[in-house]
Design a protein around this ligand. Sequence first.
Ligand code: SF4
Length: 251
Amino acid sequence: MRELIEIRKDEIIPDQTNALALQGICPGTRVSANILKLFDRGLEIFAKEARPVGMVAAISGNDFDFVYAGEGRNDTNTPVAEIFRKADHLALFAVTVGQTLHDKINELFVAKDFALGSMLDSVASVGVEKAADLLEIFFRDGLQREFGVDGNIAVMRYSPGYCGWHVSGQRKLFDYLKPEEVGITLRPSYLMEPLKSASGVIIAGSPEIHVFADTYACCSQCESHSCRQRISRLVNSTGASGSGGQPAAME
Ligand code: SF4
């Protein structure tokens, strides 16, 4: 499976809670009418300027072992290194909401409209995450169609630059996936262009393989501990309990 995926904007409408969280506003906080107006304006611009598109390509365990090794700069122990070996299926992915939207964010900052520029930046980031969520679903549905895999198969994605997978891993990922076909390129610094893009691996397997404790070396530096929410959702929806044990600090 190697597919270019056109994504409809109405499938990835950024939600207010996550966009405001990126602005440092906790869920449940009362926000001013001005902030809500900024969010609405950000959504309008997103609806006009976003050009979401993605790519997913299945990859064998052996090939991913080579891609994941990257330039030899990963942490010694990482969740991805342990989980992918237990997976049933793997895919590389890349997704973007496009350069036009990024240019619009830049324009707002150049025009010193920092409030709207910053809000649009957050809205676009949420849009990228939602687009990446869709690619996970696309891959899982494809596995069910092609291989008749169990409906309980669980998918989770990881990206270079996070969880002990060094950002330089982008180079081999790009060499294999070739997301230039959908307009995503890699700078020498390993940042993607357009900036509002995401890439990584989607790991598919039984729900249990995705449950681990956040005790890797990289976890001590992690500000978000975002894996806790994802694992928590998985545990609640499947009842999974992995060999890493129930996460101690699940949100
Ligand atoms: S705590 Fe942070 S670094 Fe550790 S696995 Fe979770 S998201 Fe990754």
